[in-house]
Design a protein around this ligand. Structure first.
Ligand code: HEM
Length: 436
């Protein structure tokens, strides 16, 4: 036998049955990653979901993955399970030139100058929602931030005025759809039957219909508007966008990107905020410090808290890339069909990068810029989250709006991590109360 002489060098495989691996990943959350890193080192493989998944815990390996050619590694394939809801034109599902086209059409909507106009609306919405929080009782930060994130999306992504029938209808349709697709068993069913299979499409159709109706109605109406140039909402910007050949986006493309932004930007931001408060309320003087900054309007603490929360409790634990052609990463060789997973969770807990890594220390970011391959809660390379600055701005604004209303206290013990949709979320949604 000569096969060993030509065998590929791959990372060690986790030595457990597939059932046990899937069970641990879905129930015990990250314990299997901690255990595997301790046992096998910075790269290890798991045999889950009909294929080999390789996890990377070293920034050099992460850099190699994020800077690899987009023809060698595809991210769209890894997100296929979302195809039924997001649609075939979603930037999340595409690869190579099709992906770049959609991404380039979307990016101008998220540029700095647009963001400046968007933050004023974020501030107003945050103040309005925070004013409704019951002061004497405990509340779940995720619910409050979900309300804010939804209003932000309706106003800044779809451009509906904050009151009125159309706003209420779209809000209801969005809430119901997000609730509906958020049920884990539906994703599991899509995974088993395939997101493009007839039964799955039939199952999704009635759930998607109200939001689709609303969005297509809004697109038709907005196409007639004569103030598109002056508007700051993303729908208006997408209507004006042109690709390299001067072509505008079709209604279906716009619908798919809007639903993508709603799904990608809603739960993620709300969960990140829930974690920020869950952790902050458990350190000495944390919320006092934030309160002082919010009242004075000066300081960087809210940004440090956001960065630290996304480091220690990333909303997504890893990103996925499917290998399309043979590639070498970290001295290992991977072949077509393998899936590479830079582990946000493991890299951001490395002691050599973050001393005392399990401690929540916002001040560790004082004068420190997050590294591209050592802090990547928003992924990286040509697939890095389009909404990163939007989300960071929203987090800081919401945090200050909440903190202006008073000093917060934790409720109950530390919250363990549970899976919600595709996010890692605090079990009670970041339960807190004001200290009066
Ligand atoms: C704290 C909040 C958020 C987190 C943690 C987050 C995280 C991520 C991650 C990890 C990815 C995958 C990147 C990769 O594969 O390398 C991603 C992609 C994406 N995110 Fe976010 N995200 C957040 C908020 C948002 C917001 C607010 C929006 C838009 C309004 C958004 C829109 C997108 C889009 C469109 C993509 C796909 C980019 C592409 O494939 O080219 N995200 N996000």
């Amino acid at each position: 036998m000569t096969s060993t002489a030509t065998a590929r060098r791959v990372p060690p495989m986790v030595d457990e049955s597939m059932i046990s691996q899937i069970w641990k990943v879905s129930t015990a959350k990250n314990s299997i990653f901690d255990e595997s890193r301790a046992k096998y080192g910075d790269a290890f493989g798991m045999n889950i979901n009909r294929g080999n998944f390789y996890f990377f815990a070293h920034p050099d390996q992460v850099k190699e993955v994020f800077t690899a050619s987009p023809t060698a590694l595809h991210a769209g394939k890894g997100n296929e399970i979302l195809a039924t809801a997001l649609g075939e034109h979603s930037v999340l599902l595409l690869d190579e030139s099709e992906h770049m086209r959609q991404r380039k059409l979307l990016l101008p909507s998220f540029h700095g100058e647009k963001l400046a106009a968007q933050t004023a609306a974020m501030e107003r919405i945050s103040e309005e929602v925070v004013a409704q929080v019951p002061k004497g009782e405990s509340f779940h930060m995720r619910e409050t931030s979900q309300k804010i994130a939804l209003e932000v999306i309706l106003e800044l992504v779809l451009g509906t005025a904050s009151t009125g029938e159309q706003h209420d209808q779209l809000g209801k349709a969005t809430r119901e759809l997000l609730e509906w697709i958020g049920k884990g068993y539906r994703l599991a069913l899509s995974s088993v039957l395939g997101p493009r299979s007839r039964p799955i499409k039939a199952m999704y159709k009635p759930a998607l219909a109200p939001l689709d109706r609303g969005i297509y109605g809004l697109i038709a109406e907005r196409r007639e508007a004569d103030d598109l140039e002056d508007r700051h909402d993303i729908l208006s910007m997408l209507l004006l966008a042109r690709d390299e050949d001067g072509q505008p986006m079709t209604d279906v493309e716009i619908r798919d990107e809007l639903v993508t932004l709603i799904v990608a930007g809603h739960e993620t931001t709300a969960t990140a905020l829930a974690w920020a408060f869950e952790r902050l309320t458990r350190i000495e003087n944390g919320t006092e410090h934030l309160h002082e900054e919010a009242v004075s309007g000066e300081g960087e603490y809210a940004r440090w808290v956001s960065q630290e929360a996304l480091r220690l409790r990333p909303v997504l634990d890893f990103v996925l890339r499917r290998v399309m052609e043979p590639i070498e990463i970290g001295g290992y060789q991977f072949g077509e069909g393998d899936v590479l997973a830079p582990s946000i969770y493991l890299v951001q807990r490395r002691e050599d990068i973050y001393p005392d890594p399990l401690a929540f220390k916002p001040e560790r970011w004082d004068g420190v810029k997050p590294g591209t391959y050592t802090w990547f809660p928003f992924g990286g390379g040509v697939r890095r989250c389009i909404g990163m600055q939007f989300a960071m701005a929203e987090m800081e604004i919401v945090m200050r709006a909440v903190a202006r209303a008073g000093v917060l206290l934790p409720v109950g013990p530390d919250e363990p991590t549970v899976s919600r949709f595709i996010t890692s979320s605090p079990k009670r949604g970041g339960q807190v109360r004001f200290a009066f």
